[in-house]
Write a protein that binds this ligand. Sequence first.
Ligand SMILES: Nc1ncnc2c1ncn2[C@@H]1O[C@H](COP(=O)(O)OP(=O)(O)O)[C@@H](O)[C@H]1O
Ligand SMILES: [Mg+2]
Length: 155
Amino acid sequence: MSQLFDVEIICKTAKDTRNLATNFAQLLPHNSSIALVGDLGTGKTTFVGGLAHGLGISDMVRSPSFNILNIYSSNVSLLHIDAYRLDGSEQATEALMLNDFLIPPYHLVVEWPERLYNFLETCTFKIIFAMNDDFSRTICIRPHQPSRSTFLRRN
Ligand SMILES: Nc1ncnc2c1ncn2[C@@H]1O[C@H](COP(=O)(O)OP(=O)(O)O)[C@@H](O)[C@H]1O
Ligand SMILES: [Mg+2]
């Protein structure tokens, strides 16, 4: 497996964050579930923009502020969830009807993953964002062994 799959990198600018994500996208196995963990303003949405770019998606990635879920299409679909306004309950997660959208091949990337029911137990990567005193960001990419196979209720 590539060395980009278990790293801690300091990104001095938003462009560095974006480039890291673009490189990461090239190496990502299909059907990955990626938790982006970190406070507001640490660069999670910027990272998703770089990921989209690396997957050949030209749409502008923004925080899904009105809709919680954005879907971008390429040869792999990119599902971007910002769960900030969810309460972590099973009902709120089910209301997103993700079963209908998680059609392989996809990558599912989630900001505020602790607010999506069972997601942290089932993701395949955890990426942790932290702001440093000089405003650079430390980004840790960690593969994660899921303890459940899916965070959705089985039909
Ligand atoms: N490595 C970085 N260094 C400095 N600024 C960054 C870096 N990464 C992202 N930013 C900037 O931080 C701000 C917040 O980024 P954003 O991706 O919206 O954060 P989040 O989604 O975590 O709230 C944006 O202005 C973005 O350009
Ligand atoms: Mg964001």
